[in-house]
Design a protein around this ligand. Structure first.
Ligand SMILES: O=C(O)C1=C[C@@H](OP(=O)(O)O)[C@@H](O)[C@H](O)C1
Ligand SMILES: C=C(OP(=O)(O)O)C(=O)O
Length: 455
């Protein structure tokens, strides 16, 4: 199976004021579940089927990682809708191996955890200004406790990282959940394969808890028994367990859906209607996101796995704990920029540690566009402008797909449009986002290099 190269995407796009049409786009598949199901399959002896996996730069990085762990991957069909993964029961790669994880943070962290079972692995990134700046210290400290030799960059253990796991053992570790839940998820995937198993104590609190519950759900689905307390601060996983080959069906991706939902929620046109399917009811992130749109006054309904949102409603200010839907916050902030009154999003300190600084960089670019926001250490306060913003400027995506989504929403509600630079980074999770928004009626234009050159 060859690496699917991202279609050559424009680096600069112009988003101009436009109303959105009644549309029923097919949303991408879940990044969270693609990651977890593919790794579980790569660790199981035998062949698993993964139906409708995500297609993105992050999934390309994930599939490279699965192969580096010793799994064989191939598409069952020409449309690349069913992925077959033949695992080996545990990571097997006798020779030193290097894995380029692109800009994929969760892929990187989970591969750091599993790579600790190999004699030698080096994890690298070709995004030194983004993933290369994200800390891994908390995970490396836990692995060192387990006897792994770790060489990371600097005090924060940034990529590139080399691990040597020949002397790895089980036991009991402590890991901080203050900056990311991914370090815990990485240890949970590693735990069943350790001699003596693993006990984990989580300290300093735990961010993004719904995604830890997703990790637990998938591990149990793959046949792993986990004891844990419901506070998610203590875990015990016995040794001698084996991942089981399964057929996994990937649901739709809620953070991708959030971007389109936010664009339609901010639309002033009551004929703008968005219908999205494959959105699994009962999903913790999805239910919290749905409630957030209700709280801002959007006209949003759910029937089964289908959500319908109609534009034209005047949104109003709201207050939410942003942590449970951490990846949706940039686009929720963008919608709040066009609500009546003030909105406050709190408990979002971990946004500083993503592909960009999703508090300060996001607020800086939206302010350039004409929005009024106050960035804080763990809050974002938005003073809405229901009349829209002026725009007419160039804003930057800061290597961050979710900033690009938020800035595109602002561009739709600007008088003079917005020029977005770094637009190619949309490929991380949603390569076809701008095309999709254009199909929904958005006035989106790719600028040639000449056009993009500042006058
Ligand atoms: O476990 C996961 O798959 C993820 C966890 C979250 O990160 P944090 O736990 O660092 O918030 C989220 O931002 C990321 O997109 C994916
Ligand atoms: C932060 C994100 O992903 P990751 O941590 O996997 O890079 C994201 O998708 O918004």
């Amino acid at each position: 199976m060859s690496d699917r190269l991202s279609p050559s995407l424009p680096s600069t796009v112009m988003v101009s004021p436009s109303n959105l049409l009644p549309s029923q786009p097919e949303i991408p598949s879940s990044k969270y579940y693609t990651l977890r199901y593919a790794l579980a399959a790569a660790l199981a002896p035998g062949e698993s089927r993964i139906i409708l996996p995500a297609h993105s730069d992050d999934s390309d990085a994930l599939f490279r990682g699965c192969r580096a762990l010793g799994a064989e991957l191939r598409w069952e069909d020409e449309q690349e809708r069913v992925l077959l993964i033949r695992g080996t029961g545990r990571p097997y790669q006798p020779a030193p191996v290097t894995i380029n994880v692109g800009n994929a943070g969760a892929v990187a962290r989970l591969l750091i955890g599993l790579g600790a079972l190999l004699p030698e692995v080096t994890i690298v990134t070709d995004h030194p200004q983004s993933l290369g700046k994200r800390p891994n210290r908390e995970l490396l400290e836990a692995l060192i406790t387990l006897g792994v030799q770790c060489e990371g960059s600097g005090l924060e253990g940034c990529l590139p990282i080399t691990l040597r796991g020949s002397a790895i053992h089980g036991g009991r570790v402590t890991v901080s959940g203050a900056r990311s839940s991914q370090f815990l998820s990485a240890l949970l995937f590693l735990a069943p394969l350790l001699p003596d198993g693993l006990e984990i104590d989580v300290v300093d609190g735990l961010k993004s808890q719904p995604l830890v519950r997703t990790t637990i759900e998938v591990l149990q689905e793959a046949g792993i028994q986990i004891e844990y307390d419901t506070s998610l601060l203590y875990f015990r996983i016995a040794a001698g367990q084996h991942y089981q080959p399964r057929e996994f069906q990937i649901p739709g991706d809620y953070p991708s859906a959030a971007a389109l939902l936010a664009a339609y929620a901010a639309s002033t046109d009551p004929t703008s209607q968005l219908t999205l399917s494959r959105l699994r009811p009962g999903d913790e992130v999805g239910e919290y996101l749905f409630a957030t749109f209700q709280r801002m006054g959007a006209d949003i309904q759910r029937t089964g796995d289908t959500i319908v949102l109609r534009g034209g409603r005047r949104l109003h200010g709201f207050e939410i704990d942003g942590d449970p839907i951490t990846d949706c916050i940039p686009v929720v902030v963008a919608a709040a920029c066009f609500a009546e009154g003030e909105s406050r999003i709190y408990n979002v300190e971990s946004l500083h540690y993503k592909e960009s600084d999703r508090i300060n960089d996001l607020c800086a670019e939206l302010r350039k566009a004409g929005c009024t926001l106050e960035p804080g250490q763990d809050t974002i306060i938005i003073h809405g402008r229901p009349e829209g913003i002026e725009g007419g400027v160039t804003v930057d995506g800061h290597n961050d797909h979710r900033l690009l989504m938020a800035l595109a929403i602002a561009g739709l509600r600007s008088q003079r449009g917005l020029t977005l630079t770094g637009a190619e980074h949309i490929a991380k999770s949603y390569p076809h986002f701008f095309e999709e928004l254009r199909r929904c009626g958005g006035n989106i234009r790719s600028l040639t290099t000449k056009e993009a050159r500042p006058s």
